[in-house]
Design a protein around this ligand. Sequence first.
Ligand code: MTE
Ligand code: MO
Length: 425
Amino acid sequence: MWGAGHSLEPFWEKFPIHYKHEVFELLEEYRIGNLKIDKTKKKPVEEKVDFYREEPKRSSRLKVLSQKPFNAESPKELSAENLITPSELHFVRNHMPVPKIDPKSFKLSIMNDNNGKNIELSLEDLETKFESITIPVTIQCSGNKRKYMNEQNPVQGLQWDANAISTALWTGVRLRDVLIHCGFDLNDPRIRHVIFEGLDKDPSGSVYAASIPIEKVKDDNGEVLLAYKMNNQPIPLDNGYPLRALVPGIIGARSVKWLGKIILSEEESQSFWQLNDYKVLPPSVKNLKEADFKKLRAIQESPITSAICQPAEGNVVKRENGKFTAKGYAFSGGGNDVLNVLVSIDNGKNWKQAALHKFDSPLYKSWAWVLWECELDIPQDQDQIEVVCTATDSNQNTQPESISSIWNARGLLNNAWHKVKVKIE
Ligand code: MTE
Ligand code: MO
Protein backbone atom coordinates (compact mmCIF):
# COMPACT_ATOMS: atom_id res chain seq x y z
CA MET A 1 0.00 0.00 0.00
CA TRP A 2 1.46 3.36 -1.02
CA GLY A 3 0.67 6.99 -0.21
CA ALA A 4 1.71 9.55 -2.82
CA GLY A 5 4.29 7.13 -4.13
CA HIS A 6 5.45 6.04 -0.67
CA SER A 7 4.53 3.35 1.79
CA LEU A 8 1.50 4.05 4.01
CA GLU A 9 2.88 2.15 7.02
CA PRO A 10 4.75 5.17 8.48
CA PHE A 11 1.48 7.11 8.42
CA TRP A 12 -0.23 4.40 10.35
CA GLU A 13 2.50 4.34 12.94
CA LYS A 14 1.97 8.04 13.49
CA PHE A 15 -1.78 8.00 13.19
CA PRO A 16 -2.90 4.62 14.47
CA ILE A 17 -6.39 6.07 14.70
CA HIS A 18 -6.73 5.47 10.97
CA TYR A 19 -5.46 1.90 11.16
CA LYS A 20 -8.88 0.37 11.26
CA HIS A 21 -11.50 -1.70 9.55
CA GLU A 22 -13.46 1.21 7.99
CA VAL A 23 -10.33 2.73 6.49
CA PHE A 24 -9.24 -0.58 4.97
CA GLU A 25 -12.67 -1.01 3.45
CA LEU A 26 -12.49 2.47 2.00
CA LEU A 27 -8.99 1.91 0.65
CA GLU A 28 -9.96 -1.43 -0.83
CA GLU A 29 -11.88 0.43 -3.52
CA TYR A 30 -8.73 2.18 -4.65
CA ARG A 31 -6.58 -0.94 -4.83
CA ILE A 32 -5.15 -1.19 -8.32
CA GLY A 33 -3.10 -4.31 -7.68
CA ASN A 34 -0.61 -5.90 -5.33
CA LEU A 35 3.13 -5.17 -5.41
CA LYS A 36 5.27 -8.09 -6.35
CA ILE A 37 8.11 -8.54 -3.92
CA ASP A 38 11.40 -8.76 -5.82
CA LYS A 39 13.47 -11.19 -3.75
CA THR A 40 16.71 -10.18 -5.48
CA LYS A 41 16.37 -6.70 -4.03
CA LYS A 42 16.58 -5.66 -0.41
CA LYS A 43 14.42 -7.47 2.13
CA PRO A 44 10.95 -6.01 2.63
CA VAL A 45 10.51 -4.23 5.95
CA GLU A 46 8.98 -6.65 8.41
CA GLU A 47 5.67 -5.81 10.00
CA LYS A 48 6.41 -4.14 13.32
CA VAL A 49 3.75 -5.55 15.59
CA ASP A 50 1.51 -8.42 14.73
CA PHE A 51 -1.74 -7.51 16.41
CA TYR A 52 -2.80 -11.10 15.92
CA ARG A 53 0.13 -12.76 17.65
CA GLU A 54 -1.92 -14.30 20.46
CA GLU A 55 -4.83 -15.89 18.64
CA PRO A 56 -6.40 -19.10 20.02
CA LYS A 57 -5.88 -22.58 18.58
CA ARG A 58 -8.55 -23.58 16.10
CA SER A 59 -9.94 -26.78 14.60
CA SER A 60 -8.50 -27.66 11.21
CA ARG A 61 -11.99 -28.70 10.15
CA LEU A 62 -13.25 -25.10 10.06
CA LYS A 63 -13.48 -23.61 6.57
CA VAL A 64 -11.27 -20.54 6.90
CA LEU A 65 -12.12 -17.37 4.95
CA SER A 66 -9.54 -15.11 6.58
CA GLN A 67 -6.85 -15.58 9.25
CA LYS A 68 -6.39 -12.01 10.48
CA PRO A 69 -9.03 -11.31 11.62
CA PHE A 70 -10.12 -14.92 11.92
CA ASN A 71 -13.26 -15.83 9.99
CA ALA A 72 -14.40 -19.35 9.32
CA GLU A 73 -17.47 -21.40 8.46
CA SER A 74 -18.68 -24.58 10.07
CA PRO A 75 -18.02 -27.71 8.01
CA LYS A 76 -20.93 -28.00 5.58
CA GLU A 77 -21.65 -31.72 6.02
CA LEU A 78 -21.96 -31.16 9.75
CA SER A 79 -24.77 -28.62 9.53
CA ALA A 80 -26.95 -31.28 7.97
CA GLU A 81 -26.41 -33.74 10.81
CA ASN A 82 -26.12 -32.00 14.19
CA LEU A 83 -28.84 -29.85 15.74
CA ILE A 84 -26.10 -28.64 18.08
CA THR A 85 -22.82 -27.63 16.50
CA PRO A 86 -19.81 -28.94 18.50
CA SER A 87 -18.15 -25.88 20.08
CA GLU A 88 -14.84 -26.13 18.22
CA LEU A 89 -16.77 -26.21 14.92
CA HIS A 90 -19.04 -23.22 15.59
CA PHE A 91 -18.49 -20.63 12.86
CA VAL A 92 -16.38 -17.63 13.83
CA ARG A 93 -16.79 -14.03 12.73
CA ASN A 94 -14.12 -11.74 14.22
CA HIS A 95 -13.40 -8.15 13.19
CA MET A 96 -10.28 -7.74 15.30
CA PRO A 97 -7.83 -9.78 17.37
CA VAL A 98 -9.30 -11.96 20.13
CA PRO A 99 -8.80 -10.05 23.41
CA LYS A 100 -7.15 -11.67 26.43
CA ILE A 101 -9.41 -11.36 29.45
CA ASP A 102 -8.65 -12.45 33.00
CA PRO A 103 -11.91 -13.89 34.35
CA LYS A 104 -10.88 -13.17 37.97
CA SER A 105 -10.46 -9.44 37.57
CA PHE A 106 -13.12 -9.13 34.87
CA LYS A 107 -15.94 -6.69 35.61
CA LEU A 108 -18.93 -5.97 33.41
CA SER A 109 -19.92 -2.34 33.66
CA ILE A 110 -23.50 -1.20 33.09
CA MET A 111 -24.33 2.45 32.67
CA ASN A 112 -27.38 4.61 32.11
CA ASP A 113 -26.22 7.31 29.71
CA ASN A 114 -29.05 9.62 30.76
CA ASN A 115 -28.14 10.01 34.42
CA GLY A 116 -24.65 8.54 34.73
CA LYS A 117 -25.75 5.67 36.99
CA ASN A 118 -23.01 3.10 36.74
CA ILE A 119 -22.55 -0.31 38.31
CA GLU A 120 -20.06 -3.14 37.99
CA LEU A 121 -20.63 -6.87 38.21
CA SER A 122 -18.11 -9.69 38.44
CA LEU A 123 -18.60 -13.01 36.68
CA GLU A 124 -19.36 -14.52 40.05
CA ASP A 125 -22.10 -11.92 40.67
CA LEU A 126 -23.68 -12.83 37.36
CA GLU A 127 -23.42 -16.56 37.88
CA THR A 128 -24.73 -16.60 41.45
CA LYS A 129 -27.19 -13.74 41.91
CA PHE A 130 -29.58 -14.43 39.04
CA GLU A 131 -31.61 -17.26 37.65
CA SER A 132 -29.73 -18.87 34.77
CA ILE A 133 -31.32 -20.48 31.74
CA THR A 134 -29.96 -22.76 29.03
CA ILE A 135 -31.51 -22.52 25.57
CA PRO A 136 -30.57 -23.58 22.03
CA VAL A 137 -29.80 -20.50 19.96
CA THR A 138 -28.72 -20.23 16.35
CA ILE A 139 -26.32 -17.42 15.53
CA GLN A 140 -26.26 -16.46 11.89
CA CYS A 141 -24.06 -13.82 10.30
CA SER A 142 -26.12 -11.44 8.18
CA GLY A 143 -23.53 -12.02 5.44
CA ASN A 144 -24.34 -15.75 5.29
CA LYS A 145 -24.64 -16.84 1.61
CA ARG A 146 -23.12 -13.57 0.42
CA LYS A 147 -21.11 -15.56 -2.14
CA TYR A 148 -24.28 -16.23 -4.15
CA MET A 149 -25.24 -12.57 -4.17
CA ASN A 150 -21.75 -11.75 -5.37
CA GLU A 151 -22.15 -14.19 -8.26
CA GLN A 152 -25.15 -12.19 -9.45
CA ASN A 153 -23.39 -8.83 -9.15
CA PRO A 154 -20.26 -8.05 -7.10
CA VAL A 155 -20.86 -7.15 -3.46
CA GLN A 156 -18.45 -6.16 -0.74
CA GLY A 157 -17.53 -8.41 2.18
CA LEU A 158 -16.34 -11.89 3.13
CA GLN A 159 -17.50 -14.43 0.56
CA TRP A 160 -19.49 -16.64 2.93
CA ASP A 161 -21.04 -19.79 1.54
CA ALA A 162 -24.05 -21.18 3.44
CA ASN A 163 -22.45 -22.04 6.79
CA ALA A 164 -21.85 -18.76 8.56
CA ILE A 165 -24.47 -20.16 10.92
CA SER A 166 -24.27 -22.48 13.93
CA THR A 167 -26.34 -23.55 16.89
CA ALA A 168 -25.26 -24.05 20.48
CA LEU A 169 -26.80 -24.53 23.89
CA TRP A 170 -26.22 -21.18 25.54
CA THR A 171 -26.34 -20.61 29.29
CA GLY A 172 -26.67 -17.22 30.85
CA VAL A 173 -28.80 -14.80 32.82
CA ARG A 174 -31.54 -12.61 31.40
CA LEU A 175 -30.32 -9.07 30.83
CA ARG A 176 -33.73 -7.80 31.91
CA ASP A 177 -33.38 -9.46 35.35
CA VAL A 178 -29.92 -7.98 35.80
CA LEU A 179 -31.02 -4.46 34.86
CA ILE A 180 -34.07 -4.55 37.12
CA HIS A 181 -32.10 -6.04 40.01
CA CYS A 182 -29.51 -3.28 39.68
CA GLY A 183 -32.20 -0.61 39.84
CA PHE A 184 -32.26 0.60 36.26
CA ASP A 185 -35.69 1.97 35.35
CA LEU A 186 -36.56 0.26 32.09
CA ASN A 187 -39.67 2.40 31.73
CA ASP A 188 -37.63 5.60 31.55
CA PRO A 189 -38.63 6.89 28.09
CA ARG A 190 -35.09 8.18 27.51
CA ILE A 191 -33.80 4.62 27.44
CA ARG A 192 -34.39 3.57 23.86
CA HIS A 193 -31.36 1.45 23.00
CA VAL A 194 -29.08 -0.99 24.74
CA ILE A 195 -25.50 -0.66 23.54
CA PHE A 196 -23.06 -3.53 23.93
CA GLU A 197 -19.34 -2.87 23.80
CA GLY A 198 -16.78 -5.62 23.30
CA LEU A 199 -13.26 -5.67 24.71
CA ASP A 200 -11.71 -6.37 21.30
CA LYS A 201 -9.98 -3.27 19.96
CA ASP A 202 -8.44 -2.12 16.72
CA PRO A 203 -4.94 -0.58 16.93
CA SER A 204 -6.49 2.86 17.42
CA GLY A 205 -8.26 1.58 20.55
CA SER A 206 -11.83 1.62 19.28
CA VAL A 207 -13.88 -1.37 20.33
CA TYR A 208 -16.46 -3.50 18.54
CA ALA A 209 -19.94 -2.27 19.50
CA ALA A 210 -23.56 -2.66 18.46
CA SER A 211 -27.00 -1.99 19.91
CA ILE A 212 -30.51 -3.35 20.06
CA PRO A 213 -33.79 -1.57 20.87
CA ILE A 214 -34.75 -1.67 24.58
CA GLU A 215 -38.05 -3.35 23.60
CA LYS A 216 -36.21 -6.56 22.78
CA VAL A 217 -34.71 -6.59 26.29
CA LYS A 218 -38.03 -5.80 28.03
CA ASP A 219 -40.03 -8.32 25.99
CA ASP A 220 -41.33 -11.30 27.99
CA ASN A 221 -40.32 -13.47 25.06
CA GLY A 222 -37.09 -11.60 24.31
CA GLU A 223 -34.58 -13.76 26.18
CA VAL A 224 -31.62 -11.46 25.69
CA LEU A 225 -28.90 -13.17 27.71
CA LEU A 226 -25.59 -12.35 29.26
CA ALA A 227 -24.13 -15.72 28.35
CA TYR A 228 -21.17 -17.37 30.06
CA LYS A 229 -21.47 -20.95 28.82
CA MET A 230 -21.71 -22.51 25.40
CA ASN A 231 -22.60 -26.20 25.18
CA ASN A 232 -22.22 -26.45 28.98
CA GLN A 233 -18.59 -25.32 28.93
CA PRO A 234 -16.98 -21.91 29.30
CA ILE A 235 -17.43 -20.04 26.00
CA PRO A 236 -14.52 -20.72 23.62
CA LEU A 237 -12.06 -17.82 23.22
CA ASP A 238 -13.21 -17.14 19.65
CA ASN A 239 -16.88 -16.99 20.60
CA GLY A 240 -16.61 -14.42 23.38
CA TYR A 241 -14.98 -15.82 26.55
CA PRO A 242 -15.78 -15.10 29.31
CA LEU A 243 -19.04 -13.23 28.61
CA ARG A 244 -21.06 -12.33 25.56
CA ALA A 245 -24.37 -10.71 24.79
CA LEU A 246 -26.67 -13.24 23.21
CA VAL A 247 -29.59 -11.74 21.33
CA PRO A 248 -31.69 -14.62 19.99
CA GLY A 249 -33.52 -14.16 16.70
CA ILE A 250 -31.39 -11.18 15.72
CA ILE A 251 -28.42 -11.10 13.33
CA GLY A 252 -25.10 -12.23 14.81
CA ALA A 253 -23.60 -8.74 14.67
CA ARG A 254 -25.64 -7.63 17.71
CA SER A 255 -24.55 -10.54 19.93
CA VAL A 256 -21.42 -8.77 21.11
CA LYS A 257 -18.62 -11.09 22.21
CA TRP A 258 -16.10 -10.38 24.99
CA LEU A 259 -18.74 -8.08 26.45
CA GLY A 260 -17.20 -5.38 28.67
CA LYS A 261 -19.79 -2.65 28.87
CA ILE A 262 -23.52 -2.13 28.50
CA ILE A 263 -24.88 1.37 28.00
CA LEU A 264 -28.57 2.28 28.26
CA SER A 265 -29.02 5.17 25.91
CA GLU A 266 -31.36 7.42 23.99
CA GLU A 267 -29.20 6.91 20.89
CA GLU A 268 -28.25 3.69 19.18
CA SER A 269 -24.59 2.69 19.16
CA GLN A 270 -22.52 5.17 17.17
CA SER A 271 -20.16 2.41 16.04
CA PHE A 272 -19.30 1.91 12.40
CA TRP A 273 -20.99 -1.48 12.52
CA GLN A 274 -24.27 -0.06 13.78
CA LEU A 275 -24.44 3.05 11.63
CA ASN A 276 -22.61 2.28 8.40
CA ASP A 277 -22.36 -1.42 7.95
CA TYR A 278 -25.13 -3.88 8.80
CA LYS A 279 -27.89 -2.17 6.81
CA VAL A 280 -29.65 -3.35 3.64
CA LEU A 281 -29.16 -0.89 0.80
CA PRO A 282 -31.67 -0.80 -2.07
CA PRO A 283 -30.66 -2.78 -5.19
CA SER A 284 -30.31 0.49 -7.12
CA VAL A 285 -27.27 1.45 -5.02
CA LYS A 286 -24.53 -0.46 -6.82
CA ASN A 287 -21.61 1.12 -5.06
CA LEU A 288 -21.06 1.80 -1.36
CA LYS A 289 -19.84 5.30 -2.17
CA GLU A 290 -23.40 6.22 -3.22
CA ALA A 291 -24.89 4.80 -0.03
CA ASP A 292 -26.72 7.06 2.39
CA PHE A 293 -26.59 4.88 5.47
CA LYS A 294 -28.18 7.53 7.71
CA LYS A 295 -31.57 6.97 6.08
CA LEU A 296 -31.53 3.22 6.66
CA ARG A 297 -32.43 1.18 9.72
CA ALA A 298 -29.89 -1.11 11.33
CA ILE A 299 -30.82 -4.75 10.70
CA GLN A 300 -32.19 -6.60 13.71
CA GLU A 301 -34.31 -9.74 13.03
CA SER A 302 -33.28 -11.99 10.18
CA PRO A 303 -35.70 -13.33 7.55
CA ILE A 304 -36.68 -16.94 6.85
CA THR A 305 -33.89 -18.78 5.07
CA SER A 306 -32.76 -22.31 4.27
CA ALA A 307 -29.84 -24.13 2.70
CA ILE A 308 -28.84 -27.46 1.24
CA CYS A 309 -25.79 -28.91 3.01
CA GLN A 310 -25.82 -32.41 1.51
CA PRO A 311 -25.12 -33.13 -1.27
CA ALA A 312 -22.67 -30.28 -1.79
CA GLU A 313 -22.13 -28.46 -5.09
CA GLY A 314 -20.47 -30.80 -7.61
CA ASN A 315 -21.08 -33.99 -5.60
CA VAL A 316 -22.04 -37.15 -7.48
CA VAL A 317 -25.15 -39.28 -6.93
CA LYS A 318 -25.38 -42.79 -8.37
CA ARG A 319 -28.04 -43.25 -11.02
CA GLU A 320 -28.42 -46.93 -10.18
CA ASN A 321 -29.55 -46.08 -6.62
CA GLY A 322 -32.69 -44.48 -8.07
CA LYS A 323 -32.96 -42.13 -5.08
CA PHE A 324 -30.80 -39.83 -3.01
CA THR A 325 -31.29 -37.85 0.18
CA ALA A 326 -30.82 -34.12 0.42
CA LYS A 327 -30.27 -32.51 3.82
CA GLY A 328 -29.88 -29.04 5.21
CA TYR A 329 -31.12 -26.43 7.64
CA ALA A 330 -33.79 -23.74 7.77
CA PHE A 331 -33.93 -20.79 10.13
CA SER A 332 -36.06 -17.74 10.77
CA GLY A 333 -35.27 -14.80 13.08
CA GLY A 334 -37.54 -13.09 15.60
CA GLY A 335 -38.44 -16.33 17.41
CA ASN A 336 -40.43 -17.64 14.46
CA ASP A 337 -40.70 -21.37 13.99
CA VAL A 338 -39.99 -23.03 10.63
CA LEU A 339 -43.23 -24.61 9.41
CA ASN A 340 -42.20 -26.18 6.19
CA VAL A 341 -39.24 -26.87 3.91
CA LEU A 342 -39.79 -27.67 0.24
CA VAL A 343 -37.28 -29.25 -2.11
CA SER A 344 -37.35 -29.39 -5.89
CA ILE A 345 -35.17 -30.80 -8.66
CA ASP A 346 -36.98 -29.01 -11.51
CA ASN A 347 -36.46 -25.43 -10.35
CA GLY A 348 -39.70 -25.24 -8.45
CA LYS A 349 -42.21 -26.80 -10.87
CA ASN A 350 -42.73 -29.67 -8.47
CA TRP A 351 -41.95 -29.66 -4.78
CA LYS A 352 -41.47 -32.34 -2.20
CA GLN A 353 -41.97 -31.65 1.48
CA ALA A 354 -38.94 -32.34 3.65
CA ALA A 355 -39.04 -34.05 7.05
CA LEU A 356 -38.07 -31.66 9.85
CA HIS A 357 -35.99 -32.31 12.90
CA LYS A 358 -36.23 -29.57 15.52
CA PHE A 359 -35.92 -28.52 19.14
CA ASP A 360 -39.11 -28.49 21.13
CA SER A 361 -39.61 -24.78 21.79
CA PRO A 362 -42.50 -22.58 22.92
CA LEU A 363 -44.40 -20.41 20.44
CA TYR A 364 -42.59 -17.13 19.68
CA LYS A 365 -39.40 -18.54 21.16
CA SER A 366 -37.97 -20.61 18.34
CA TRP A 367 -34.43 -19.33 18.52
CA ALA A 368 -32.80 -22.23 16.72
CA TRP A 369 -32.70 -23.65 13.23
CA VAL A 370 -34.46 -26.82 12.12
CA LEU A 371 -32.70 -29.54 10.17
CA TRP A 372 -34.49 -31.08 7.19
CA GLU A 373 -34.12 -34.19 5.12
CA CYS A 374 -35.79 -35.18 1.86
CA GLU A 375 -35.56 -38.27 -0.32
CA LEU A 376 -35.64 -37.48 -4.03
CA ASP A 377 -35.93 -39.58 -7.19
CA ILE A 378 -32.97 -39.40 -9.54
CA PRO A 379 -34.13 -38.56 -13.08
CA GLN A 380 -32.83 -41.31 -15.37
CA ASP A 381 -32.39 -39.06 -18.42
CA GLN A 382 -30.10 -36.34 -17.01
CA ASP A 383 -26.37 -36.07 -16.18
CA GLN A 384 -26.88 -33.26 -13.77
CA ILE A 385 -29.63 -31.87 -11.58
CA GLU A 386 -30.03 -28.75 -9.57
CA VAL A 387 -31.48 -29.21 -6.10
CA VAL A 388 -33.45 -26.21 -4.83
CA CYS A 389 -34.89 -25.57 -1.38
CA THR A 390 -37.15 -22.98 0.19
CA ALA A 391 -38.83 -22.63 3.60
CA THR A 392 -41.88 -21.03 5.23
CA ASP A 393 -41.91 -19.71 8.79
CA SER A 394 -44.69 -19.42 11.37
CA ASN A 395 -45.52 -15.92 10.07
CA GLN A 396 -46.16 -17.54 6.66
CA ASN A 397 -43.19 -15.68 5.25
CA THR A 398 -41.37 -17.49 2.44
CA GLN A 399 -38.11 -17.00 0.62
CA PRO A 400 -37.76 -15.01 -2.62
CA GLU A 401 -37.11 -17.15 -5.66
CA SER A 402 -34.32 -15.01 -7.00
CA ILE A 403 -31.68 -12.70 -5.64
CA SER A 404 -32.48 -9.79 -7.93
CA SER A 405 -35.04 -7.97 -5.76
CA ILE A 406 -32.98 -8.39 -2.58
CA TRP A 407 -29.52 -7.79 -4.04
CA ASN A 408 -27.64 -5.18 -1.99
CA ALA A 409 -24.11 -3.81 -2.25
CA ARG A 410 -23.02 -5.21 1.13
CA GLY A 411 -24.41 -8.63 0.27
CA LEU A 412 -26.53 -8.92 3.43
CA LEU A 413 -29.51 -11.16 4.25
CA ASN A 414 -29.40 -13.29 1.14
CA ASN A 415 -32.38 -15.56 1.71
CA ALA A 416 -33.19 -16.41 -1.91
CA TRP A 417 -33.80 -20.08 -2.78
CA HIS A 418 -30.61 -22.05 -2.26
CA LYS A 419 -29.48 -24.12 -5.23
CA VAL A 420 -26.87 -26.86 -5.54
CA LYS A 421 -25.81 -28.64 -8.73
CA VAL A 422 -25.27 -32.38 -8.42
CA LYS A 423 -23.83 -34.79 -11.02
CA ILE A 424 -25.54 -38.06 -11.85
CA GLU A 425 -23.31 -40.98 -12.79
N1 MTE B 1 -18.48 -9.15 18.99
C1 MTE B 1 -17.27 -8.59 19.07
N2 MTE B 1 -16.87 -8.10 20.26
N3 MTE B 1 -16.45 -8.51 17.99
C2 MTE B 1 -16.84 -9.00 16.76
O1 MTE B 1 -16.06 -8.92 15.80
N4 MTE B 1 -18.64 -10.03 15.45
C3 MTE B 1 -20.11 -10.12 15.36
C4 MTE B 1 -20.69 -10.79 16.59
N5 MTE B 1 -20.14 -10.22 17.79
C5 MTE B 1 -18.13 -9.57 16.63
C6 MTE B 1 -18.92 -9.65 17.81
C7 MTE B 1 -20.62 -10.80 14.18
S1 MTE B 1 -20.70 -9.89 12.75
C8 MTE B 1 -21.15 -12.07 14.24
S2 MTE B 1 -21.86 -12.79 12.90
C9 MTE B 1 -21.10 -12.86 15.49
O2 MTE B 1 -20.41 -12.15 16.53
C10 MTE B 1 -20.42 -14.19 15.27
O3 MTE B 1 -20.39 -14.94 16.44
P1 MTE B 1 -19.42 -16.19 16.54
O4 MTE B 1 -18.04 -15.77 16.13
O5 MTE B 1 -19.50 -16.66 17.95
O6 MTE B 1 -19.97 -17.22 15.59
MO1 MO C 1 -21.85 -11.09 11.17
